[in-house]
Design a protein around this ligand. Sequence first.
Ligand SMILES: [Zn+2]
Length: 535
Amino acid sequence: MLLVALALAQNGFADLVVVNGKVWTDGALTKHTVVAVKGGRVLALGTDAKKFTGPKTKRVDAKGNWILPGLIDAHTHIADRCVGIAFGLDLRPAKSKEEFVALVKGQADKLGKNDWIEGRGWSVESYPDKTPPSKEWIDAVSGGRPAFLVRMDGHSGLANSKALALAGITKDGPADPPGGRIERDPVTNEPTGLLADAAMGLIKVPTASMELRNRALPLVIDMAHSHGVTAVGDIMRPASYSLWQSYAKSSRKSFRVGAYVNADSPKTVQWLSGQPKVAGWLEPRGVKMYMDGSLGSRSAYMFEPFTKPLPTQPADWKGLAFPGATDGTYAAIIQESAKRKTQVIIHAIGDRANHAVLNLFQKAPNLKSLRFRVEHVQHLKPADINRFGALGVIPSMQPYHKADDGRYCEDVIGAERSRTSYTFKSLLNSKANLAFGSDFPVVTINPWLGIETAVTGEIEGGKKWMTQENITLNQALDSYTRKAAFAIKMETQIGRLAPGYRGDILVLDRSLKVDGSNLKGTKPAVVIVDGRVVR
Ligand SMILES: [Zn+2]
């Protein structure tokens, strides 16, 4: 009897209490100071830790700082890119052509003579000379190795002469693939080395082994934790799903994934529906397609021409639309997904691309219940803004992209179209479920940079830009918690601190100011996943 009584008393106690904090959840700061966790789930919120504290209860002192639900990044590419993230060449730090070339040389010197030089993250928009790079930049420092360096946005890449030769790209051909463009010298027709969107697929960089990816994955997850991200909507090739599967089955798992795979036919939808899930950790959610390219690569699909196309593009250049949108492929994938109640998420950056995706989605039966998403939603025709809320289509946006694009957006599409770019506030006003993410590794997974951009309008270089679309700190955090959870269909498990929810909890290193004035440098002091301190 005594043992039973003890066991019952023990049952009332939390495994862990976070005390002495300011609990933020559901879009606002609460009056609570304590979160109690038991069995991996939130037991209660309160102001008095004593009633949850038994002899074995662990205590985490928040030291007066904010306590948040673990942040959720609705759009990442971790499974596909983890090796590059953990071990590859990051060109983002380069601030000039000389630094770019030096970084490539440094990487080449570390490699075997037959290895590919792989890198990503470059963007010449901030260089003193903004001339796009060409193969000549890197041929001399490659040491005969093939090189392929992907631009920051992932929508164009620079190949050197060796990589072009391996792909059979010469001045005589091949022709541009549908949805892609091989940049060529207008006089000699010689490829410059720059390949946009579908043309990037002509370069066959060998994929990393599963062994290497298994080694890289925990390093990348630790990187995500270090910024407070505990769950993601990860977008990948179907073959990468098994990487997450083995992770989700491991005993040390501490990261949750809603999985989206690239689809080229309705068969992918059927395939995904048959994939096993690990409840709460890995859940197959839907398929991803592309409608267009990006602003930086001038391959976003626009109603009007770019005001400043690349030197090799024609003067009336309006970007690229992927053929699947018009040849019936996407429509068939949408029908199959609607039937199976799985999600469709489509990349759309240009105003015409967004318009076309909304039109495609609109044909799906029961659209409102399907949680279809448009990824990026960067540039909108004013009349399309309210369609997101009205149709129940989720705008899945990456606020930190605004900080990058804001530097040159008006230059390439003009002031008028820039005003309806990154329309966070207008989309919220349309009652749309605005979900935030990073597009990692296109930019860092650090959500605090994007939150700051969304709240203050500050772009790279320190200028404030298009501040009429600024949202509040509460709204930005909501888009990175509850609303991102809704976007990956995990809103009954994560994204809130409430009894029964998974114990994914951040203790920040500070008490945030509501005007966003002390966001810079914010990071979690303690990260708890499923009730366990992971960092
Ligand atoms: Zn992406």
